[in-house]
Design a binder for this molecule. Structure first.
Ligand SMILES: Nc1ncnc2c1ncn2[C@@H]1O[C@H](COP(=O)(O)OP(=O)(O)O)[C@@H](O)[C@H]1O
Ligand SMILES: [Mg+2]
Length: 325
């Protein structure tokens, strides 16, 4: 018989999923049985261990690839899939905005409790605000925090010159939304939602918009539907009512600029930088522009073989980006 100690090691390695140790202990038991002259028991143990090892190896090779949901058939030309890794804590946000994103996550995570009372967790979101303020990134963050795939709708493939086609493609997209839980992103979706259209296609755009509104209204899926726009003033008013939440993004305040600069430059030595001089240079720029300027200043430091960030290099980058506004 195996000793109590051997059994304890066996159980411990089993519980911690430590296969090599598990087999090792089992082999020790087989060896001590053989030593005691229990050859039949030893042989049986050895055969069982070999079988178990073989099974373990096979099941590992089968389960190795991470199951990725990928759109198939025509859907593949309408939707692209990815699994983002950005985290909410990596975003620079006003406390109000952070709170709103938290609320979406909270309701999604507690969906069962809400649904048990006939309440629907918020899942149709319109994100609006200036370019580079983090709208697309937020969709990635929501997908990553909820461990869901992010499906980006290729609007240029969905919207064709033929209205009938567009409607049937939209239907395919909304069928996918109902079928596969995920975050579905209609990015920069002014193309559908716009009320301003040139005179000869105004009727057409309106009909596309109407079918979108109808699909959105009928949707009772457990997916998240996120539309973003840099131009809320172009959107048809009828749209706003169909979303559960309208989340407004803004250019960063001075406090947020400081937070972003410090965080982005934190791995380097920024002790010689006067934030009071730098912040006004960044005012009016988007979060994206500020981050890119920091990265350029970091690159200069790396290539100059120093750990010190140069204030003048950073200011020059910020000014360059401001000129492009
Ligand atoms: N609020 C933010 N917090 C952190 N990074 C941001 C933020 N906004 C923008 N960025 C950075 O800028 C990049 C582009 O932003 P993006 O989300 O595409 O802006 P938008 O969709 O609003 O135009 C992001 O990938 C990220 O690196
Ligand atoms: Mg965007």
């Amino acid at each position: 018989m195996a000793s109590a100690n051997q059994l304890i090691s066996l159980l411990k390695s089993h519980m911690s999923g430590d296969d090599p140790r598990f087999y090792n202990v089992a082999m020790q038991i087989a060896a001590s049985e053989a030593k005691k002259g229990h050859r039949r028991v030893a042989a049986e143990l050895k055969a069982l261990i070999d079988q178990a090892k073989d099974r373990g190896a096979r099941s590992r090779t089968v389960s190795t690839p991470v199951p990725m949901v990928q759109p198939k058939g025509e859907l593949a030309s309408l939707i692209s899939a990815k699994y983002p890794t950005e985290r909410l804590q990596d975003m620079f946000l006003s406390s109000e905005l952070r709170e709103k994103l938290h609320r979406v996550l909270h309701e999604q995570r507690q969906a069962d409790r809400l649904l048990a009372h006939g309440l629907i967790p918020r899942h149709k979101l319109l994100l609006e605000g200036p370019p580079g303020s983090g709208k697309t990134m937020s969709a990635c963050v929501l997908a990553s925090e909820l461990k869901l795939p992010l499906f980006t709708i290729r609007l240029d493939s969905v919207i064709t010159r033929f209205l009938g086609d567009t409607a049937s493609k939209l239907r395919q997209v909304f069928d996918a939304i109902a079928e596969t839980r995920g975050v579905y992103l209609f990015d920069e979706f002014d193309a559908i939602g716009s009320k301003r259209a040139t005179s000869n296609d105004v009727g057409e755009i309106r009909r596309v918009l109407n079918s979108f509104l109808q699909f959105l209204e009928e949707d009772n899926s457990n997916s998240l539907i996120i539309a973003t726009t840099n131009h809320p003033e172009l959107l048809d008013k009828a749209l706003f009512r169909r979303f559960d939440d309208i989340i407004e993004y803004e250019l960063p305040t001075n406090d947020m600029i400081l937070e972003a600069l410090k965080a982005r430059l934190s791995a380097f030595d920024a002790t010689e930088i006067s934030w009071d001089r730098v912040i006004p240079e960044a005012a009016g720029l988007s979060q994206a522009d500020i981050i890119k300027s920091c990265d350029e200043a970091l690159k200069s430091a790396v290539l100059a073989d120093t750990n010190k960030i140069s204030e003048s290099a950073l200011v020059e980058e910020l000014r360059g980006r401001k000129k492009q506004l």
